[in-house]
Structure formats: structure tokens, C-alpha cells
Design a protein around this ligand. Structure first.
Ligand code: NAP
Ligand code: G4F
Length: 328
């Protein structure tokens, strides 16, 4: 039976990945940060099979201790400061966690797993934000990076150091360059879930409007449940490598609004959306679209949930959440 250690277990992808690995018979360890993290309790309730370990990507000793304890075959490094807008206001924290945290984890793996024939496999959660002001469309594994935020810069460091440790020490270290992926477990700060939650409440008459920033931004949005399968596949190859994971189709925030409001029977959403300049970013990533043909060819991965299905799934989930609150 394989053992996996997941950082970022309390986040969206941590939950999906834990579910996938458990279904494959893995023993799953999840790292939680903080002395009394309220999200840990929810993980204990929803996923009783996960063994939680305390640790922080800013503290290398805690990472080493966690690896020593779990003795994992696979480490999935999903933990990070992940909200791009927030990274502008706490850039140093972002660099330390999202960037240097990757280096610390790689060092901890080397410390515990040994310098030669290290058996621990490592997955780094890289991001399409690294492409930023894109140099070509669609973006592939070979597209140069041009990050547009402290978050994007930190992810570039994390990606490069993963490649460097693979090349320098022969570690099985791979990097998944994942485009935006969403679902019912997405944090409420991200635009898709902010919209699905607000639309559900507007549809139920609980609120009147939602304040948003740049409606013209375009993203290649997929379903998180599909994307964690690609993470696992990358970790089962003979040789570690890097892969873009994307649907290949880009949609604007406006298109997301169209489908989300249609789900609650509203065709003209203009009076329900307020433009809030404070949601605009100092530098924006206008449009992202990925080419995942390498993942299709070498891993056999392809997305299963399309954009309309994703929006429907999210709005329906939030309608159920809000309705359950009402009936309490
Ligand atoms: P998320 O929901 O925001 O979760 C982030 C996780 O990181 C949380 O569990 C958080 O824990 C943890 N974390 C934050 N600071 C930490 C620290 N100092 N030490 C240890 N853990 C820490 O993010 P996600 O959407 O699941 O994304 C997973 C990973 O994929 C992230 O690295 C993200 O940057 C990357 N990624 C995501 C997407 C996407 O579209 N979702 C696309 C490309 C790449 P607490 O909140 O409990 O403290
Ligand atoms: O949902 P977002 O905050 O996601 P963003 O910035 O693309 O980052 C997400 O995807 C990355 C992968 O490319 C991950 F690496 C990262 O960790 C995160 O998961 O914003 C999407 C777009 C942006 O252009 C933003 O300006 O939506 C625009 N937007 C418009 N109004 C808004 C809002 N974004 C948010 N969060 N809130 C708004 O009110």
C-alpha cells in the first residue's frame, strides 16, 4: 500500500486529491499549518481516513519531521499562498511560502530520503500564472514565463527549483503547470466561486448584487476533480517530467456570469453586477489558454467536465448550500 503526504490538504485540490488517492488504496497524510487551524476540524469530519500532521512551508524542520513520520512514497506540494490579488499586498509572505516553501520541501526530502536513489517522489503545483503576459497562444511546457504578480513570480521560482533538483540530484521531481481549475470546494475569494455563491443567493432572494473587477479577463477553466488525476498520473511515470494541464478553451468572466445567472433563470444580469475598481489588480493576466497535448499523449489524460457542466455544478452546489442554511 502506497503512502502519500499532501501539503495544502485543507484547500480545494488537497480535498480532491485525498479522495482520489484514498480510492486507490493509499494511506493519506495531510499537512495542516497553525496551532489551531479551524479548517483542520472540517477535514477530520469530511475525510476521517486522512492522518493530519502539523507543519508549515515556512519551517523546514517541521517539513522534515512530517516526512520522517509519514515515510511517504509520494509528496504532493499543494500548499501555498494562492490568491493572486492577496499576493500584491503580502508579497514577502507569498515569496516565502509559495516560492521558498518549495525549496524547503525539496531539502527536507533530500534530508530524510537520502542523497542517492532517493525513493520519495515529489509533485510541485505549478501554475499558468507563470505565463502571465503570454508570449504565445496557446501556452505549452516550452512557452517562456512572464509572471505578472508576486504569486506568479514565486511560482516561477518553485517551478525552476523543482526542475533544478531533478537535474542536480536525480530526484523524481515533477511539476504540473495547471491552468485554473474550479469546483464546489473552490475558495470563496476566487471569481468562479464568488459568482456561483452570489448567484445562488440572488436566485433565492437573499442578496441583490455582487461586486466584481475585470469582467473581460479570460481563463482556461477546468474541473479540479479532473486535474488531480493528472497530478497522480505524473507521479506514476518512469521518468519525472513537467506537464501543462488545461482544457484548451478560454472563457471570459462575462461568459461565466451568463451561464451562472441562466442557471437561476436570469438572462439579463446587468443590474445584479456592480463594478468595483478595488478588485482590479496592479497588473492583470488578460487571457490564458493551455495546450495539454503532451499530457494527453504521454499520460493519457483528458478533461471530462466541460465549461457549461462546471458552471452548472458550482451554482447547483451553492443553491443546495444556501437552501440548507435557510431550512435550519
Ligand atoms: P487553496 O484552496 O487556496 O489551498 C491552499 C492551501 O495551502 C491551503 O490548504 C492552505 O492551508 C495551505 N497553506 C497556505 N500557507 C501554508 C503554509 N505556510 N504552510 C503549509 N500550508 C499552507 O489552493 P488550491 O486551489 O487547492 O491549489 C492547490 C495548489 O495548486 C496551490 O499551490 C496553487 O497555487 C496551485 N494551483 C492552483 C490552481 C487552481 O486553479 N486552483 C491552478 C494552478 C496552480 P490553510 O488555509 O489551512 O492555512
Ligand atoms: O479567480 P481568480 O482570482 O483566479 P486567478 O487570478 O486566475 O488565479 C487562480 O488561478 C491560477 C492559475 O492560473 C492559480 F495559480 C491561482 O492560485 C488561482 O487559483 O481571478 C480570475 C480572473 C482574474 O483576471 C481577475 O482579475 O477574474 C478576474 N476577476 C474579476 N473580478 C476577479 C474578480 N477575480 C476575483 N478573485 N474576484 C473578483 O471579484
Amino acid at each position: 500500500m502506497k503512502k502519500a503526504l499532501i501539503t495544502g490538504i485543507t484547500g480545494q485540490d488537497g480535498r480532491h486529491l485525498a479522495e482520489l488517492l484514498h480510492s486507490k488504496g493509499y494511506t493519506v497524510f495531510g499537512m495542516v499549518k497553525g496551532q489551531n487551524n479551524p479548517r483542520a476540524e472540517q477535514i477530520r469530519t469530511d475525510f476521517p481516513y486522512i492522518e493530519l500532521i502539523s507543519g508549515d512551508l515556512a519551517d523546514v524542520l517541521s517539513l522534515g519531521t512530517a516526512i520522517e513520520f509519514a515515510q511517504p512514497d509520494e509528496v504532493y506540494n499543494l500548499g501555498a499562498v494562492t490568491y493572486v490579488a492577496f499576493s500584491f499586498s503580502q508579497a514577502e509572505l507569498t515569496a516565502n511560502t509559495t516560492g521558498l516553501g518549495v525549496l524547503r520541501m525539496l531539502e527536507a526530502i533530500r534530508m530524510v530520503g537520502g542523497q542517492q536513489n532517493n525513493p520519495i517522489r515529489f509533485y510541485q503545483a505549478s501554475s499558468s500564472e507563470m505565463f502571465g503576459m503570454v508570449r504565445e497562444t496557446p501556452q505549452t511546457e516550452l512557452t517562456p514565463f512572464h509572471p505578472r504578480s508576486p504569486y506568479g513570480c514565486a511560482k516561477v521560482f518553485g517551478h525552476n527549483v523543482t526542475v533544478n533538483y531533478r537535474e542536480s540530484y536525480g530526484l523524481y521531481a515533477c511539476s504540473g503547470i495547471l491552468f485554473n481549475h474550479e469546483g464546489p470546494w473552490r475558495g470563496l475569494e476566487f471569481v468562479t466561486r464568488k459568482i456561483s455563491s452570489a448567484v445562488a443567493r440572488i436566485g433565492l432572494g437573499l442578496q441583490d448584487s455582487v461586486a466584481l473587477g475585470n469582467l473581460d479577463a479570460k481563463r482556461d477553466w477546468g474541473f479540479a476533480g479532473d486535474y488531480v488525476k493528472a497530478m497522480w498520473m505524473m507521479m506514476q511515470q518512469d521518468q519525472a517530467d513537467d506537464f501543462v494541464v488545461a482544457t484548451g478553451i478560454s472563457h471570459s468572466v462575462r461568459e461565466f456570469l451568463d451561464l451562472a445567472f441562466a442557471e437561476v433563470g436570469i438572462d439579463d444580469w446587468s443590474r445584479h453586477v456592480v463594478l468595483d475598481p478595488s478588485m482590479l489588480r496592479p497588473a492583470e493576466v488578460d487571457v490564458l489558454v493551455g495546450d495539454a497535448s503532451k499530457a494527453a499523449r504521454e499520460l493519457g489524460w483528458k478533461p471530462e467536465v466541460d465549461f457549461p457542466q462546471l458552471v452548472k455544478m458550482m451554482v447547483r452546489h451553492d443553491l443546495a448550500v444556501e437552501s440548507a442554511k435557510l431550512s435550519k
